[in-house]
Write a protein that binds this ligand. Structure first.
Ligand code: G3P
Length: 225
């Protein structure tokens, strides 16, 4: 399973790409709007930070297929690199997916709440589908189960589309998506940190340092002895 960062915050992106095995960045109009900057130059700046090979997912605006297609082509041309256009699974979005698929544009179907939406997006040419795990959980549904169903559908029907599970509130949801066979997740910077956090890990590291320094001196590393 690969990890992506669900943010447009440049500092968070820089830090996570420095520390962790990040495969890419996902954004949506709400995430970009939070940064209150020029949309295109912001996407270009994200591209500069993460490099040409990392996946960058940005959403097409518009509710008509022709508008979605035009936006997608414009963004792809201007942002470049390993670019994915995110398209919501509304009927006009599905039409846009079919059109963009013919043009060779890579597609991430988004705002997915049912396995059937994911299946239709897949046969329309989406390379990733993004089910919204926490938004499902918040509605009293089961986000992880929807991921499980999508993974099963893709296996049963030999579809190459990958699940990019999105909308997480906690580490447990990420774990259960991984156990369900989800191919990728996109998480906030906070959840990315929390995936590694454990007080016993910190305690153990403190203990190692203390025991070592009691004998070899404060701040001394092996190569400095
Ligand atoms: O990528 C979609 C995701 O950003 C939605 O997350 O936390 O707003 O439900 P959230």
């Amino acid at each position: 399973m690969i990890y992506m960062l669900d943010t447009a915050n440049l500092k968070q992106i820089e830090r996570a790409f420095d520390l962790y095995p990040m495969a890419g960045v996902t954004t949506n109009p709400s995430i970009i709007a939070k940064e209150k900057t020029d949309f295109l130059s912001h996407l270009k700046e994200i591209r500069r930070i993460i490099g040409e090979d990392s996946l960058l997912h940005a959403q097409s605006l518009g509710r008509k297929a022709e508008d979605i297609v035009e936006e997608a082509l414009y963004m792809q041309e201007n942002v470049g690199g390993n670019f994915y256009v995110k398209i919501p699974v509304i009927p006009e979005g599905i039409k846009a997916m079919k059109m963009l698929n013919k043009k060779g544009v890579k597609i991430t179907a988004t705002a997915i709440f049912t396995a059937e939406q994911a299946h239709i997006a897949s046969v329309s040419g989406a390379e990733f589908v993004a089910p919204y795990v926490n938004r499902l959980d918040n509605m009293g549904a089961n986000g992880v189960q929807v991921v499980e169903h999508i993974v099963t559908l893709f296996k049963e029907h030999q579809l190459d589309t990958k699940v990019l599970a999105a909308s997480f509130k906690n580490v447990q949801q990420v774990l259960h998506v991984a156990l369900a066979g989800g191919h990728s997740v996109t998480v906030t910077a906070e959840i990315m940190d929390n995936l590694l956090k454990h007080p016993m890990t910190d305690w153990s590291v403190d203990q190692f340092v203390q025991d070592w320094e009691n004998v070899y001196g404060e701040g001394k590393l092996v190569h400095q002895l």
